[in-house]
Write a protein that binds this ligand. Structure first.
Ligand code: MSP
Length: 518
């Protein structure tokens, strides 16, 4: 059974508003998924929604709806958002689906049987707003709790706890022996620093059903539901199990899980997540998987957070970027380009409208758009749209760029790949300035030279379409169509020089990124 390249995003809270940060993470993951497919791998890309919890329960109540009806409505909006971004996800998980709940329960049953979960009375402080227990360590220097926690009450209740403490040294050793497990490196060092300087507390994994009923019941005690991470993180294995992944299925009790036969996904190749949920993915998740008897994901790839105009994105202060509004005004590929080109995977980023417009005008309209439009328009005007005899003047430069792009894609260096592709855009535009085909066209004695120049330009545009496909799929498809080529430019091997044959008739040139005066 073939194991596919399996890549996931974090699953978004269903009651949040889809914003720039969510869009960025999903686009980054989509580009990696498309790149790997382009490079010939079979890929499975999973994204989805985190739907349980007190906030959802309360919001549904406030609207007089059942939590499921409330989630269904919001989930439809999130799925429409994924379509708007043209994500190529192979499945979309919702944690309220029976296929997910079954695996959460089977995982809990396994870990419970292994003696890694125990019941204990907790008494201490609790933030109802953040649904979390607090300790003295969470107090501010003046002894109060951060106002972000809202009302903090004293609580005494029974709950179930997952043993983390005993695993600390094992995890430190694992992180040290596997440098690529958490990337970029500085995020790995952050996890190691945390593990070396703190004692891991056991993790509370339940809430009494009497207080929170919008959750998955614990299989060994129906008076409790599972709380957040044993529900949310398990999505990464529940969907593989639903598709028949043999690794996950063989680790879980067969009486609890149906076994369709299909393809292998686990272990995941990459979990793409934001920096705020690093501890859950790099500390809790590996320990949970070990307790279930499952191999660890190969990599946790951590991106930074977006701000707008140097301040936190926040609905309440109105400091937001609405991805849908930007896409409606400027086009999806302009949005995808800006976020991928502006921010490397790792550091924090800052959206400015001026920066967006500047990249649109300089790099998309005057750069790529201009190169493709004038190359094809001249071929149309001077040669009636018929491709001349093959010429190799730019072949070696294009080969170097194509090879470097491939290397960057294999290393998930998306920003570097785009920068590299733009060297070719700039080279193409410089080639037009240097060779001046518009002057050659005036002199019949230069007909052969004009043929060479026009071939080199059209072929450069074709290779650009192939290299751009993972990033700007709509634009890449348009370039192919304008070149009169059928099919999608979705295989990296097509980035080899000489794909256009003499005599081929191109289609109609049209501006890819219309200039805007705003
Ligand atoms: N439901 C949990 C994740 C469970 S994963 C098993 C969650 N949801 S979330 O909706 O709050 O966040 C989803 C993802 O969006 C996270 O990876 C988070 O880092 C990312 N982002 C949320 N705001 C962001 C920015 N402002 N910038 C970039 N990414 C941000 O956490």
């Amino acid at each position: 059974m073939n194991k596919q390249f399996y890549i996931t995003t974090a699953i978004d809270y269903v009651n949040g508003q889809p914003h720039l940060g969510h869009a960025y993470e999903k686009i980054v993951t989509d580009v990696i998924a498309r790149s790997r497919r382009s490079l010939g791998q079979e890929v499975f890309f999973l994204t989805g929604l985190d739907e349980h919890g007190q906030k959802v329960q309360q919001a549904a109540q406030a609207e007089g709806k059942s939590p499921q009806v409330y989630c269904d409505k919001l989930a439809a909006d999130w799925q429409a958002f994924a379509k708007k971004l043209e994500l190529t996800n192979d499945d979309f998980v919702r944690t309220t689906e029976p296929r997910h709940k079954a695996i959460v329960q089977a995982s809990l049953a396994k870990v419970f049987q292994a003696g890694q979960i125990y019941k204990q009375t907790y008494s201490g402080f609790y933030s109802t707003k953040e649904e979390t227990f607090l300790t003295d360590k969470d107090r501010l220097p003046d002894g109060t709790f951060d106002p972000a926690y809202g009302e903090v009450i004293e609580l005494k209740e029974d709950n179930y706890f997952f043993k983390l403490g005993a695993q600390q040294q094992w995890l430190i050793d694992y992180l040290e022996a596997n440098p690529s497990f958490v990337q970029p490196d500085y995020r790995r060092n952050e996890v190691l620093g945390f593990l070396k300087n703190n004692k891991l507390e056991d993790l509370c994994i339940s809430r009494p059903a009497a207080r929170l009923n919008w959750g998955i019941p614990l299989p060994f005690d129906k008076d409790f539901v599972t709380y957040v991470w044993f529900d949310a993180l398990v999505n990464y294995i529940s969907i593989p199990a639903a598709h028949g992944d043999p690794t996950v299925l063989s680790a879980l009790p067969s009486s609890l899980v149906p076994r369709p036969s299909s393809f292998g996904l686990w272990p995941a190749d990459i979990h793409v997540i934001g920096k705020d949920i690093l501890k859950f993915h790099a500390v809790f998740w590996p320990i949970m998987l070990k307790a279930m008897g499952l191999p660890l994901p190969k990599q946790i790839l951590v991106h930074g957070w977006w701000q707008k105009d140097g301040a936190k994105i926040s609905k309440s202060t109105g400091n937001i970027v609405d991805p849908v509004a930007v896409i409606n005004e400027w086009g999806l590929d302009a949005f995808r380009y800006y976020v991928l080109r502006e921010l490397d995977i790792g550091p924090d980023g800052n959206w400015t409208d001026a920066g967006f417009k500047s990249r649109y005008n300089t790099e998309l309209a005057n750069g790529l758009g201009n190169l493709v439009n004038r190359s094809l328009s001249m071929l149309k005007r001077y040669r009636n749209g018929v491709v001349p005899t093959k010429s190799n003047e730019l072949a070696s430069e294009v080969a170097i760029i194509a090879k470097a792009t491939c290397t960057f894609l294999e290393q998930n260096q998306l920003q570097a790949a785009l920068q590299n592709i733009w060297y070719l855009v700039e080279r193409g535009n410089r080639y037009v300035e240097q060779t001046k085909p518009f002057n050659l066209a005036k002199d019949p004695a230069q007909a052969k030279r004009l043929d060479e120049v026009l071939y080199n330009l059209a072929e450069t545009c074709r290779v650009l379409a192939v290299l751009l496909w993972p990033f700007l799929p709509g634009t890449a498809t348009k370039i192919y169509a304008q070149l009169g080529l059928t099919g999608a430019p979705d295989k990296h091997e097509a980035a080899t020089w000489g794909g256009l044959s003499a005599g081929h008739k191109i289609g109609e040139p049209a501006p890819l990124f219309p200039r805007k005066d705003t």
